[in-house]
Every structure is written in C-alpha cells, then in structure tokens.
Design a protein around this ligand. Sequence first.
Ligand code: ASP
Ligand code: MG
Length: 425
Amino acid sequence: MGIVVQKYGGSSVADAAGVKRVAQRIIATKKAGHDVVVVVSAMGDTTDELIDLANEVTPLPPARELDMLLTAGERISMAVLAMAIQSIGFDARSFTGSQAGVITDAEHGRAKIIDVTPGRIQAALSEGAIAIVAGFQGVSQTTKDITTLGRGGSDTTAVALAVALKADVCEIYSDVDGIFTADPRIEPRARKVPRISYEETLEMAAQGAKILHLRCVEYARRYDMPIHVRSSFSDKEGTWVVKAEDVTEGETMEAAIITGVAHDRSQAKITVVGVPDKVGEAAAIFRAVAEAQTNIDMIVQNVSAAATGRTDISFTLPRAEGQAAMAALSKLQGEVGYERLQYDDSVGKVSVVGAGMSTAPGITATFFAALADAGVNIEMISTSEIRVSVVVAESQVEAAVNAAHAAYNLGSDEIEAVVYGGTGR
Ligand code: ASP
Ligand code: MG
C-alpha cells in the first residue's frame, strides 16, 4: 500500500488528550499497512496567542522574527505528537518544514512554496518510521531564513508534501466531518457533500467557507491530488475533493446544481461618491488602492446621473485592509475630484456555488427571490460561471444563508453536522 499524508488542524491537537487521540489514529493507519506522513498545525489557538504576544512587545513586529516566533507553534505539536506515538511503541520522527525540504520564496508571512525536496522524509519512511512534519513553514531558497505560508497554511504543506511524495491521498482532519452545504455553525440542517470538484471548493474557500486553505486547493488541482476532508473526532467518511469528472462517478442521481452556500464576514465596503464621469477616473482610483496593497473583490459602478455627470463607485475588500485603502483614496480627492468617501464595515457576503449552474437557467432568480422573501436587501452582486455572490448587511448574513439553503433544498431532514470542538478561528 502507498503513502498517506494526514494533516491535523489545531483543534484536533488542542491539548495532551487530543495529541494522544490523534496518535492512535495515525498508528491505526500505519497498522493498515500504509506509510504515514503527518503534518500538524499549532495546538489550539497557539498561533493567535503568539501573535498577541508579539504585538504586546511591539506594534510592528519585524516579519522575519514574527515568522521565527510563529513556527515555534508547529514545532511544539510535532514534537509532542512524535513522543505520543513513540510511547505507544511505534517509531516516529518529527521534522521542521525546513528539514522536510519545504523550500519557499522569501516573502515572510505569505511565502510561496517553490520546491519540495523530502529526502529526509523518504529516508524515515524507508526505515519504517512515521514522519511528523511541522505545517505552515518552510525555508527561503535565497535568504535561508525561516518563512511561514500565511494563516491556515498547514493544509498547503500537506498537499505539497503529498504531491512530492506521490502519495495516494492527502487527508485533512479538522473538527467537522467534511465539507457541508453551508457552515453548520449557522445552518443546522447543513448536509455533508460526499464529493466536490476542485473548482467548486476553490469558489467556496474564496467566498469565505473556512474549509480549506485556498492555496492548498489550487495546489491539489494543479497536480490532481485527491483531498479527503474529514474529522479526527469520528470515523465517518468525509468529503472527497477531486477533479470535476470524478464527482458524479458512481452516483446514481445527477449531481445537484447548487453544491453549497458560503458566507464571509471579513469584508468591508468603500464607496467613492460623486466621481466625475471621465475617462481614467476608475483607473486612478484603483491604482491608488492597488498601491496600498489591497485585494479588491467586488466592484460596482453606477450609471452616472444625467444631471450631474457624476457616478458612485463601490468596492469590497478585506476589512483588515480598509484603513490603508481609505488613506490612499483620501490623498486622491484633489486629483480625481470625487465628492466624498464612505466606509462600511458591517457588511457580509453570501455566495451560492455549484458546477451545474452554468447550464441551468433561473439559479440567480431563485436566489434573489429567496432573499427577498427573507427580507434581505442586496447591496452588491457578482457572479462567476459557477457562483453568484451578494453583499448584504452583516446582521442579515445568517438569514441570507438560511434562505438560500432552503431555496435550493440543500437541507437534510436530520441534523447531520456535528461540530466536535475548536473555536472556529
Ligand atoms: N497554525 C497556523 C495558523 O493558525 C497554520 C495552520 O493552522 O494551518 O494559521
Ligand atoms: Mg491553526
């Protein structure tokens, strides 16, 4: 039997009892005849606590030192997990990202993996050991400094290692039983999706579903590595993330048109009011926003009012980047000649995602009718081939998710989703 890569998230290894429970699962996989490589996240909320600690010391922690600090979280979990496995009588060895051959660029805090050279992991496996790797970290090819891959990056470590080792599957363990038709924390009737395509998973993740790290899904899609998302707290079969052709395989019914509903409460909205309707104004506005390192999501420009020849431009962006973007735009008022800026951080985004959508008419109408019936006002709209998203007031996010979920008959009759632990952070 081949190599299995398993990744355990922070809530699965939150304390000593969790570490021991996970150790038992890993040993069960080893006993079934697999070579096992494990990627771990930091225990519980360790990463958040380390960030808080750094911020207590200085308001602007230097990026190199912050990475050094944060990678310590994963080092703790890898070492204690290796100890737990050894105490049960199995050989286990822990490795930092650098030791495991995770080579990145030099962008501290958001490094990209550029190569994986897992020689030491292969050597450990060939000696019959279980390899435990610290997730979320690597070493820069150029500076040789320790880097991190961005929050939630252990998923990406796991997929990258699975690809480099030509593993059969990358199993991602968390505190829910798989990918659900909506977040079970706000939609109790959410159903587990047995199989989902990489493309749909990417849309769900990009639209705020906290299921998998976006880059991990991109990586898996590029190399066609199947991901099995499941809970470390149960033995249930989870969700398989696979290529689109494999989603319907073996299913008797035609796949559902809508796969799930995602929501995101981390966004803010900026409106530039009264922009003169002239060539080049939008370019100036978005150049300034880009220079402030802001990632824009949705954009809406109204038709200009005939009387004034002016228009409003609204866009959404991550809340954390809101102030920087506002400051950059303020400096532009003289040049562009807009009237004023509006900032709204009590917005949320709700999206319906489904590969079947591109060939089924009426999907958008159903969504909007459901929102209207629930009394939810739509502020902005955007679409892709397999997604429709709306921006609504943050206070209406839950109602919008519930309405969309019901409108597409996504709910199950029984409560399927169990949230086993964790804080959802
Ligand atoms: N411990 C890191 C974080 O909390 C990485 C991870 O969990 O994947 O972001
Ligand atoms: Mg974590």
